[in-house]
Ligand binder design. Structure first.
Ligand SMILES: *Cc1c(COP(=O)(O)O)cnc(C)c1O
Length: 540
C-alpha cells in the first residue's frame, strides 16, 4: 500500500476507518493486534450463573402447568412461589449460581425491603419471556433494584433529593438514538439549534447532530493533555451563551478515559445556576470503573439526562443493555409544558392514542412511546429476559460489599497500561481521575519524551492525517483508532485497554517504539547529511 489515498479516508468515522486499518494490518500470517475495539475481553461470571439458575427454576414453575401435554408449559404461579424457590435452592445447593440467587432473594427482601415472592415471580416471568414488558418503561421491581444500583454507582453519598425514573433500553446505543429523536419530536432541540459537546467524545455524538435528521450546530467544549483532559473554566464559560440549548458529554470521557474532577463538576454546577434552562446529557458508561464516582446527574439532577450501559463493565455488549434516567422533577418536562400553544396542541395529537392526558405525559414516557413510533407503544420496552439479567448484574454489584469485582476490573486495565508503558520505555503518569478503559497516546508527547521536541516536530510533519496509524498497522500489525475522529485536534491514537491480553499491550508498546526508532534513525541520517552541506549554502 502506498499512503496516497489515506486522506480520503479521513472523513470516515474512526470505527469505519478501523476496517481499513485491519485490512492493512492482517497481511501474511503475522499476528494482528486490534486495540481499536471497545469491546472488553472479560465478563462477569457470577451474575450470569445466577441468570441461568433462575431460568431453570422458572422452567420448573412453567412445567407445573399442562403436565398432561408434552412440550407445553404455563405461566409461573405467584401463590407459594417463595416456598418452592426455597425447596429448589436446597435441592441444588452445589450448583454454581444457586447460592447467588438465594443470596439475591435475601438481599431484595432483607436489605431493599421488597416482597421476595413478588421478586421471584417477576424474575420467572421475565426470564420465560411470556408476557409483553409491563410496564413498558421498565418492569416494576426491576426498576427499583436497578435504581439502587444506579444510585450507588452514579450518585453515591452525594445528597440527592427526590426520585428518578428509568427506562431500560437496548444499550447506550439505543439510549442515544431514542433521546435525539424524542428531544427533536418534543421541540427541545430544533434544526439550527446549537448544542455543546464535551470533546473529545464518543464519535456518534459528533456524527448524529450533523445528520439531516437533526441539522444541529455543534459547539466544542475542548480539553487536552495539558490539563489532564479536564475542561478549563474558560472553555466551560461557552455554556453561558443562551443560544446553547444542550450540553452532551461522556464522563468518564471516551477516549481519554478521565472522569471530571470535583472542581470541574462544581464549575458546571455554577454554570447551571446561571443557565437553569441548559439541558445536560451525560453518558456515564465508564463511571462504574471509578471509585466513588459522582455523575453530573447527581450534581444537577433537574437538568440532566443520565445514560448508562451495562456493556463495558459486565462484558455484556451482546446483551444490549442500558438505562436512561431522569429526575421526577426536570426541566425537560417544564420546557415541554412551556411550549407555544400550537406546538402543545400538535404534541397532544401525537400522543393522544396512548393517553387521555397527553399534557401529563412525562418526557421519559414520551421517549418510550417515540421509540416505537407512538402507535406501537403497547409493545414497547426492553425484552424481559434482558431486564432479568440486568437485575442480576445490579444485585451482584450491590451485594459485593468489599467491591471485589470493581477492584478486579481496575486491576486488569491498570496492568495492561503498565505493560504498554514499560515497552514504550517512558514513565506512565498516574492520574487519580483516570479510569484507564482507553488510553489516548498523544504522538507529540510520546515522541518528545523519547527523542526531544525538535525531532517530534519533524516527525509529525512527515505524515498526512492517519498515515502514522496506517504505517503502524502495515509495519507492525497494530490497529489503533485515530484520536482526531473523536474530536481532539492532537495527533493521537486510541488504545483500548479492554480487549487484548497483557502481553499484547507489551507488544503494542514495543511496536510503537520500533516505528519511532526507525524514524529517528532516518532523522539522524538526514541531519548528518545536512551537516556535510557547505555552511554558506545551508544558511539560505
Ligand atoms: C460503548 C459506548 C456506548 C454504547 O454502549 P452499548 O450499550 O454497547 O450500546 C455508549 N456510550 C459510550 C461512551 C460508549 O463508550
Amino acid at each position: 500500500m502506498d499512503f496516497s489515498d489515506v486522506e480520503k479516508l479521513a472523513s470516515l468515522s474512526p470505527f469505519e476507518l478501523k476496517d481499513a486499518l485491519i485490512k492493512v494490518a492482517s497481511q501474511g500470517d503475522r499476528l494482528m493486534l486490534n486495540a481499536g475495539r471497545g469491546n472488553p475481553n472479560f465478563l462477569a461470571t457470577t451474575p450470569r450463573h445466577g441468570f441461568f439458575q433462575f431460568g431453570l427454576f422458572a422452567m420448573s414453575e412453567a412445567e407445573r402447568s399442562y403436565v398432561y401435554m408434552d412440550d407445553v408449559g404455563g405461566f409461573p404461579k405467584r401463590d407459594g412461589i417463595e416456598a418452592r424457590f426455597e425447596i429448589y435452592v436446597n435441592q441444588h445447593r452445589d450448583v454454581p449460581g444457586v447460592r447467588f440467587i438465594e443470596a439475591a432473594v435475601s438481599y431484595v427482601r432483607d436489605q431493599l425491603g421488597l416482597s421476595a415472592g413478588d421478586f421471584i415471580y417477576e424474575m420467572c416471568e421475565a426470564i420465560l419471556g411470556c408476557n409483553y414488558p409491563v410496564p413498558d418503561r421498565m418492569l416494576r421491581l426491576s426498576e427499583t433494584i436497578v435504581g439502587h444500583y444506579i444510585h450507588r454507582e452514579m450518585i453515591g453519598t452525594h445528597p440527592f433529593v427526590g426520585r428518578f425514573d428509568m427506562y431500560a433500553v437496548e444499550g447506550g446505543t439505543a439510549a442515544m438514538t431514542y433521546l435525539f429523536n424524542s428531544m427533536r419530536e418534543n421541540h427541545l432541540i430544533t434544526a439550527g439549534d446549537t448544542i455543546a459537546l464535551g470533546m473529545p467524545i464518543f464519535t456518534p455524538y459528533i456524527e448524529i447532530p450533523h445528520l439531516n435528521d437533526y441539522s444541529l450546530v455543534e459547539l466544542a467544549i475542548d480539553c487536552g493533555p495539558e490539563t489532564n483532559w479536564q475542561y478549563t473554566r474558560k472553555e466551560l464559560q461557552k455554556l453561558l451563551d443562551p443560544k446553547v440549548k444542550a450540553f452532551f458529554l461522556c464522563n468518564p470521557s471516551n477516549p481519554p478515559s478521565v472522569r471530571m474532577s470535583d472542581e470541574v463538576l462544581q464549575a458546571i454546577v455554577e454554570i447551571v445556576r446561571k443557565r437553569p434552562d441548559l439541558i445536560i446529557l451525560t453518558d456515564d458508561v465508564y463511571g462504574t470503573f471509578a471509585d466513588n464516582f459522582t455523575s453530573l446527574f447527581a450534581m444537577c439532577p433537574h437538568n440532566t439526562i443520565l445514560v448508562y450501559s451495562f456493556s463495558k463493565y459486565f462484558g455484556a455488549t451482546g446483551w444490549r443493555m442500558g438505562v436512561v434516567a431522569t429526575h421526577e422533577d426536570n426541566i425537560l418536562d417544564r420546557q415541554i409544558a412551556a411550549l407555544p400553544e400550537a406546538r402543545r396542541k400538535q404534541l397532544d395529537e401525537r400522543y393522544s392514542s396512548i393517553t387521555t392526558d397527553p399534557r401529563g405525559l412525562k418526557f421519559i414516557d414520551r421517549l418510550v412511546a417515540d421509540s416505537r413510533t407512538v402507535a406501537l407503544n403497547h409493545t414497547a420496552g426492553l425484552s424481559t429476559p434482558v431486564q432479568a439479567q440486568m437485575v442480576m448484574f445490579s444485585l451482584f454489584s450491590l451485594m459485593d460489599e468489599p467491591q471485589a469485582y470493581k477492584a478486579a476490573m481496575k486491576r486488569i486495565v491498570l496492568r495492561r497500561k503498565q505493560a504498554l508503558y514499560k515497552e514504550l520505555g517512558i514513565p506512565m503518569v498516574f492520574d487519580p481521575n483516570s479510569v484507564r478503559y482507553y488510553h489516548l497516546l498523544d504522538m507529540e508527547d510520546i515522541i518528545t519524551q523519547m527523542y526531544g521536541a525538535p525531532f517530534a516536530a519533524w516527525a509529525l510533519k512527515q505524515f498526512r492525517p492517519n498515515e502514522a496509524l496506517f504505517r503502524l498497522a502495515r509495519d507492525t500489525g497494530v490497529v489503533l483508532l485515530p484520536g482526531r475522529g473523536f474530536g481532539t485536534p492532537h495527533a493521537s491514537g486510541r488504545v483500548s485497554l479492554a480487549n487484548l491480553n497483557e502481553y499484547d499491550y507489551a507488544n503494542i508498546g514495543k511496536s510503537i517504539r520500533n516505528l519511532i526508532d526507525e524514524y529517528y534513525a532516518l532523522y539522524q541520517k538526514r541531519g548528518a547529511a545536512a551537516k556535510t552541506v557547505p555552511a554558506k549554502k545551508a544558511k539560505k
